[in-house]
Design a protein around this ligand. Structure first.
Ligand code: PGA
Length: 312
């Protein structure tokens, strides 16, 4: 079996640091002063390091020490490794003070209509030292992300009941029926569910939270989704409804522009809006980074004030 060379060299980070100091200053005395060690302790560590490597790293000519060829090679790597370790130290320190950090979030596609605004405010407040990765995806992928612990936090509409999760509700998600402005039902008051029987609906893909809320509404009202047209994004549904393909059911979060420009109207159907909620979710027992923890607290505290949807 192949064993990587480094496993044969039983060297420690401490030895690397001592070597780096001696090699840089070409003096055991100065290295011991810099590292607050005794000179015999430094010599002993270098001796053990040379034994572990299996080659001499320094040679003494008169009173001076020099790096051997192996020592020069070793020095190149030791410098790179110790500077990486120093950087890691600094990064960890800064993360503790939240000056720098990485935040990875996965969100349901509908949440993408407001999460970037939350991130913008959060990043402004904490400075550009927070780097963000935002994955906009479907429910199946969100569940996978939770199982595999791929992201710091997940924002979704319907946390699964069969997983050990922390799921905190932070914002309402009203679902409405949309139509093009010229539709015969546009402007009617208190439309009864029965009136929807004859309509063609554009529906989201299987696995979408919006889609399952719509299916629940239809079966609760004894309606059947007649030959629905399936579309895999809110944008496609809105474009299709605008083009006259049928009616749609979407979150009010997605409609700011279309309602302002009067490209679509919200129908006044009885029992609407269907009120769903947004949750910020992570696996129970997961240790959140400081940035993730701060973002979670920010969302719980401020999202409801920061995110507004168009008035009905
Ligand atoms: P979605 O929204 O329809 O984009 O999946 C999430 C949800 O409402 O659960």
């Amino acid at each position: 079996m192949y064993t990587p060379f480094v496993l044969h060299m039983h060297i420690t980070f401490r030895q690397l640091k001592i070597f780096e100091s001696v090699a840089r200053q070409l003096s055991f005395t100065r290295a011991s002063e810099e590292l607050h060690l005794t000179q015999p302790a430094v010599s002993m560590q270098i001796k053990q390091l040379e034994q572990a490597v299996g080659l001499p790293l320094f040679e003494q000519v008169g009173k001076k020490i020099f790096l051997t060829d192996a020592g020069r090679e070793f020095s190149r790597y030791a410098t790179a490794i110790t500077s990486q370790l120093d950087e890691l130290d600094q990064v960890i320190d800064e993360m503790k003070g939240l000056k720098r950090g990485r935040l990875t979030i996965a969100v349901a596609s509908t949440a993408n209509y407001f999460v970037p605004r939350l991130l913008a405010t959060f990043c402004q407040r904490y400075g550009d030292a927070v780097s963000v990765s935002l994955d906009v995806t479907n429910r199946e992928q969100l569940l996978k992300s939770l199982v595999e612990n791929r992201n710091d936090l997940v924002i979704m509409g319907q946390p699964p009941k069969d997983m050990a999760l922390v799921a905190e509700r932070f914002l309402e998600n009203p679902l409405v029926v949309i139509a093009p402005p010229g539709h015969p039902l546009a402007g009617e008051k208190r439309i009864l569910p029965d009136r929807l029987r004859e309509e063609t609906f554009l529906v989201r893909e299987e696995g979408s939270g919006t889609r399952s809320a719509m299916e629940r509404y239809f079966s609760a009202n004894d309606l059947r989704l007649e030959t629905p047209m399936e579309m895999s994004s809110n944008e496609a549904i809105k474009q299709g409804v605008e083009a006259g393909l049928g009616l749609g059911l979407v979150s009010l979060h997605t409609l700011a522009m279309e309602l302002a420009l009067e490209r679509l109207v919200v129908l006044d159907v009885v029992k609407f809006p269907i009120m769903r909620n947004w949750y910020i979710v992570y696996r129970d027992g997961k240790r959140l980074s400081i940035v993730a923890q701060s973002f979670r607290e920010f969302v719980l505290r401020e999202a409801a004030q920061l995110i507004q949807w168009p008035a009905l």
